[in-house]
Design a protein around this ligand. Structure first.
Ligand SMILES: Cc1cc2nc3c(=O)[nH]c(=O)nc-3n(C[C@H](O)[C@H](O)[C@H](O)COP(=O)(O)OP(=O)(O)OC[C@H]3O[C@@H](n4cnc5c(N)ncnc54)[C@H](O)[C@@H]3O)c2cc1C
Ligand code: FES
Length: 277
């Protein structure tokens, strides 16, 4: 039995080029005993052997097989190594870590608004999958706003279509339109006032660049959503992932242990403002 600091070997059994510089890897444990269980919004630490280790949100899984999906944006040495890893290769994985969105604790009834920017849809993808099922059961309407730089950068297009077909209100907005694009153009906050959700009692889940989350949270508060019901997913440089090393310290929080999901009201509102200065 390995400790939480030792990566387990996982084989890359699938590799899908998403949009732009994002690749989704499907990983299968090389050894028995990996459960594949996680909470929506948790993250794993992935190792590209010989290069390094990075934190990556869990973007999905396949039932009880232990198969797990990560979408990786190529921004530096480790993410580049992971984005270019061939099918059949072995990477290291430890986790899951962090808390997650806690959607299983949401009360039945109120609307749920999900706002994502770019790769920020990764930690929300499996949560929305369950929220959509929940909506079909009459337990709360779902509104999804996904922002992308341009139409060719819209992540998880098939999932967005499937959620829409299932009856959820899904809006995709782009910063810059291209010929043929008929959807809205503008940052995610521009479409929030037009969403037909009921703010009283509503919950909101948001992930994306920090500045986006700050403006989204403020816009939702202006729409009438209670700040404590707005959940944001924070990103910090992670090393241990389990609250030992202090690398992810943000104010009073260790983001790996106390987050990455925190309520905007009372915690993230102060921290995001401090970071924005
Ligand atoms: C909880 C958590 C969940 C995450 N989930 C995902 C995920 O699902 N998918 C994913 O692709 N990434 C995710 N990240 C971000 C990912 O961990 C970083 O992109 C990664 O650590 C960068 O490492 P690197 O060695 O490739 O690049 P580095 O060499 O560390 O950085 C290269 C350059 O990219 C910049 N950079 C670093 N991180 C980011 C970033 N997040 N966005 C833009 N520029 C950056 C650096 O400032 C530097 O200029 C997550 C981070 C956290 C903390
Ligand atoms: S990453 Fe080490 S304490 Fe959070």
């Amino acid at each position: 039995m390995h400790g939480p600091l030792t990566p387990e070997p996982y084989r890359v059994v699938g590799r899908r080029e998403e949009v732009g510089d994002v690749v989704t890897l499907s990983l299968e444990p090389c050894t028995d005993g990996a459960s594949g269980t996680y909470a929506h919004g948790q993250f794993n630490m992935l190792t590209a052997f010989g290069v390094g280790e990075v934190a990556l949100s869990i973007a999905g899984s396949a039932g009880t097989s232990g198969l797990i999906e990560h979408s990786v944006r190529d921004v530096g040495a480790v993410t580049h190594a992971l984005c270019t890893v061939p099918a059949g290769a072995v990477v290291g994985l430890r986790g899951p870590f962090g808390n997650g969105w806690g959607i299983e604790r949401l009360p039945d009834g109120p609307d749920v608004v999900v706002v994502a920017g770019g790769i920020g849809l990764a930690p929300l993808r499996s949560a929305v999958g369950d929220l959509v099922v929940r909506e079909r059961e009459g337990r709360g309407r779902v509104f999804v706003v996904a922002g992308a730089r341009s139409p060719d950068q819209v992540l998880y297009g098939d999932d967005l279509d499937a959620w829409r077909l299932s009856g959820s209100d899904v809006v995709v907005t782009v910063d810059v339109g291209t010929p043929g694009w008929e959807g809205p153009v503008g940052v995610v906050t521009t479409v929030l006032p037009d969403l037909a959700f009921e703010p009283g009692g509503a919950w909101a889940l948001t992930c994306g660049p920090e500045i986006m989350m700050r403006f989204v949270a403020r816009a939702l508060v202006e729409c009438g959503v209670e700040p404590a019901r707005i959940l944001v997913s924070l990103e910090r440089n992670m090393q241990c992932g389990i609250g030992i090393c202090g690398h992810c310290q943000l104010g009073p929080l260790l983001v790996c242990r106390d987050g990455p999901v925190v309520p905007y009201g009372g915690v993230a509102d102060r921290l995001l403002v401090e970071r924005g200065r």
